[in-house]
Design a protein around this ligand. Structure first.
Ligand code: EVA
Length: 606
């Protein structure tokens, strides 16, 4: 765990410098897994080709074996440092490396990280030198039942490995997010936490700042905070490592009406500046009150999508233009929320959501905890298994899961957009072993979050009101349901009856918590029309949505609808997928299908 190095997003100011290392790196596969033994970290990688960073390597090549490659692979680049300063700390920060990596600088190991969707941090103070430095990364994208997401790795007849995820998205891999070299003061701000209370027109901001390096607070180092409004006027200030301050007539961050303050957090000694971190702050509160979700004390009905980081050629590589287009499409359709299904996204997504006023359910890669690549279908057919009872090393799995929850909350707790944490998607939840596995992870999330946001998990069909043992852990309940697709496909009236049957059973429990539909949808080809409709056509997707909406509207505890999926996305190959999952309301190139207009009409009125 990288808990000593700060997770704070890189900033540039008078004392901090963050240099992007993105661009064309050198790349090679290492199918024998022999690179480290052969000293590639010292000698350089053999037979390298150029590879864009950030991007998944998968859809860059034209050969199938490279797209489907599973095993070790290497990236390498040169970093040029003009001057080494003794009073600075040097940090290399990868937004993520999927799914695990070891990193060297000039042949010296500087980091090792498990988990493919959260930052990899390396303190290279002392290791980096003036002039040219070689940065080498050995990454690996195998899947197993002790890492998250879960899956299996098979060896094929030709000796090549093949990953099969217990999940429905392509196992995109590589350095998929930006890489930075940060230079920060030797005495530096490690972390800060904020929480908010509303008091009439004012807000009380409770804060805590932690600092590290060669310093001792008793030696006269102090934290000084200054909050500035969007017009550049000072709104509040405070001194000391913890405390609270009042913002008079606070301008609140609202859903689809964002307002961000700037917060300068400074470390000072005898009036001189040691470090400064520039944060953006959205003042808002989150609360669950009975069946309602309250933002700033007001109920909000969630409208939006489960998404993926996914696009042509880039794979899961972050790209500002694609992300911006997604926000524009979501605004056009009247959405206000999305879930980062099924892993924490690149941090730029959250920074943009803060600005655009979207709510986010932030999800760890706790997906595939059911031994089936298509549990949504298997479950529909009544299948289920006790994943946690016979997982090969449940303690190791839980350790990796705990690490992901910790790193996600440390990374994302500052975002006003993030209003809830999701601990799993469609895990097995029907055994006592599942409950015992998840309970400590829910506790951990509650403990780590200074704002005590709601914590949830996402339930598939087997997790029924009668059988699920994990819903009592959740602050609100998320259901993924495909009545009219995997169940009673093509028979929407039968589907409605079954769906109502299940909803009546939930209602009878009188849980007095909000419910969200976090997935519902139909595979739909953006080229296919038919009257009367049949499955896979755009007309069917519209009728399915209308049926679902009418059921949602008859249960007041349903407080949101996140359709599956925002856009079509790549999956592995199989008879259930036509070059990927086609449940998008938008096509993969972000154009609306017919149902988008149905949803726009509803969401603009709701
Ligand atoms: C689907 N169903 O069938 C989706 C999957 C998703 O892509 C699910 O949570 O239940 C899963 O990953 O299209």
């Amino acid at each position: 765990m990288n808990n000593i190095i700060s997770e704070l997003y890189p900033v540039n100011n008078e004392v901090r410098n963050a240099q992007l290392l993105d661009g064309l790196w050198r790349f090679c596969f290492d199918p024998e897994g022999s690179g480290e033994r052969e000293g590639w970290q010292e000698k350089g990688i053999p037979g390298a080709v150029s590879m864009p960073v950030p991007a998944s390597f998968s859809d860059i090549f034209t050969e199938a074996w490279k797209r489907d490659y599973c095993g070790d692979f290497w990236y390498e680049t040169d970093i040029f440092l003009q001057e080494y300063r003794e009073d600075r700390q040097y940090i290399i920060r990868f937004g993520s490396v999927t799914h695990r990596c070891t990193v060297w600088l000039n042949g010296m190991q500087i980091a090792e990280h498990e988990g493919g969707f959260l930052p990899v941090l390396a303190d290279v103070t002392g290791a980096i030198r003036p002039g040219k430095n070689r940065l080498s990364v050995k990454a690996n994208n195998e899947l197993n039942e002790t890492s998250i997401p879960c899956g299996a790795t098979a060896v094929q007849k030709d000796g090549r490995k093949l990953a099969s995820g217990y999940f429905d998205f392509f196992n995109y891999s590589g350095i998929q997010r930006s890489v930075w070299l940060e230079q920060i003061p030797a005495v530096s701000i490690l972390d800060y936490s904020l929480s908010f209370e509303l008091d009439g027109a004012d807000a009380i901001v409770n804060y805590e700042v932690s600092a590290g390096g060669a310093f001792d607070a008793s030696e006269g180092v102090t934290a000084v905070l200054k909050l500035t409004d969007a017009d550049g006027n000072t709104a509040a200030g405070a001194c000391g490592f913890r405390g609270s301050f009042r913002v008079e007539n606070a301008h609140l961050w609202k859903v689809r009406g964002a307002y961000l303050y700037s917060l300068a957090i400074c470390l000072e000694k005898d009036g001189s500046l040691l470090d400064r971190y520039d944060a953006r702050v959205g003042i808002r509160t989150v609360k669950i009150d009975g069946e309602k979700i309250l933002i700033n004390g007001e109920p909000v009905y969630l409208k939006g999508f489960g998404k993926h980081e996914d696009f042509e050629v880039l794979g899961r590589g972050f790209n500002y233009a694609v992300a911006k287009r997604d926000y524009e499409c979501m605004k056009w359709i009247g959405a206000n929320c999305f879930r980062t299904s099924h892993y924490p996204y690149a941090e730029e997504w959250y920074r943009m959501a803060d600005e655009e006023g979207f709510l986010i359910i932030d999800e760890v890669p706790g997906v595939g905890m059911m031994r089936s690549f298509a549990n949504f279908a298997a479950a529909g057919a009544g299948a289920s298994n006790g994943f946690f009872g016979d997982c090969p090393d449940v303690e190791l799995l839980q350790k990796n899961h705990r690490q992901a929850v910790t790193e996600m909350i440390l990374r994302d707790k500052h975002h006003p957009s993030v209003f809830a944490w999701s601990i799993f998607n469609e895990a097995e939840t029907v055994t006592d072993a599942a409950h015992d596995y998840f309970a400590p992870l829910f506790d951990l999330a509650r403990k780590l979050d200074p704002e005590k946001r709601p914590v949830t998990g996402v339930l598939e069909k087997t997790s029924s009101p009668e059988r699920c043992k994990c819903y009592p852990l959740m602050d609100f309940i998320c259901l993924n349901r495909y009545y009219g697709w995997y169940i009673s496909g093509g028979k929407l009236e039968d589907a409605r009856e079954q769906m109502v049957g299940e909803m009546d059973a939930w209602a009878a429990k009188k849980l007095n918590v909000p419910f969200l539909f976090t997935e519902f949808g139909t595979d739909t080809l953006d080229t296919l029309h038919k009257l009367p409709s049949v499955m896979w056509t755009q007309e069917y997707q519209q009728e399915y949505m209308e049926m679902n909406f009418s059921v949602f509207d008859s249960y007041p505890f349903v407080q949101g609808e996140l359709a599956w999926n925002f856009a079509d996305f790549q999956t592995g190959q199989g008879i259930m997928r036509v070059n990927g999952n086609k449940k998008g309301i938008f096509s993969r190139n972000r154009q609306p299908k017919a149902a988008a207009f149905t949803m726009k009409k509803r969401w603009e009125e709701k």
